[in-house]
Design a binder for this molecule. Structure first.
Ligand SMILES: CC(C)(COP(=O)(O)OP(=O)(O)OC[C@H]1O[C@@H](n2cnc3c(N)ncnc32)[C@H](O)[C@@H]1OP(=O)(O)O)[C@@H](O)C(=O)NCCC(=O)NCCS
Length: 178
């Protein structure tokens, strides 16, 4: 299945996609937390604090989506966070996350030095993400699963070049997300 890249970011469609996806996989409470996060990020796209990447089906319904946002730091490193990522339960298993994540890796490579995510290494490892030390590239909050703090490096900067404290945009300032 090939999704059609969406233009723009419709907040209510984003909220529904992230609620349906995370309520299905992790229950209604997680569905609410992640759909609130996605809604807030959707509102920040117009102010350029976040970017949205979406795929729709032939009926123009949003079936996959992911956000990137800045991870600021005092090293002047252009670092981006890719999160959250969702493929609607009815559309899973057809290669849509691969299409979406490969598009994001390619797009962000044009300006970011490093693309970070926080999630399952066995999934994100398929796209080149590797665990990074939380003691070196320090996440905004203490993470529950340090092995899930992952990055794709675009430059040949060493880990020590990337060392520092990284801070997230407002939407992620909630320790339940980490
Ligand atoms: C995880 C998720 C994004 C995968 O989307 P998908 O479109 O079904 O995945 P694809 O069909 O594109 O599969 C891409 C690759 O990942 C693998 N994969 C899919 N789900 C996986 C999982 N849960 N764990 C490990 N690997 C997985 C596939 O086998 C495939 O591997 P290959 O291309 O090397 O053969 C989707 O199931 C989802 O949204 N789940 C609920 C929310 C979530 O977990 N989001 C991500 C973490 S924040």
């Amino acid at each position: 299945m090939i999704g059609k890249a969406t233009l723009g970011c419709d907040e209510s469609a984003v909220r529904k996609l992230f609620y349906d996806t995370f309520a299905h996989s992790e229950g209604a409470d997680e569905g609410r937390i992640i759909s609130d996060l996605a809604s807030e990020l959707a509102r920040q796209v117009s102010q350029r604090h976040a970017s949205f990447f979406g795929l729709s089906n032939t009926d123009d319904a949003l079936i996959a989506g992911a956000f990137t946002s800045s991870l600021s730091n005092d090293r002047g490193i252009n670092a981006k966070l890719m999160a959250p990522v969702a493929v609607h339960p009815d559309a899973q298993g057809h290669g849509l996350s691969r299409q979406l994540i490969e598009q994001i890796i390619d797009t962000e490579s044009k300006n970011a030095a490093v693309l970070v995510t926080y999630g399952d290494p066995s999934f994100y490892g398929r796209f080149g993400f590797r665990t990074i030390s939380t003691a070196v590239v320090k996440p905004p909050y203490e993470v529950q699963y340090p092995e899930g703090w992952l990055a794709v490096h675009y430059t040949n900067k060493s880990a020590s070049d990337l060392a520092g404290q990284y801070n997230c945009v407002e939407a992620f300032r909630d320790e339940r997300l980490w």
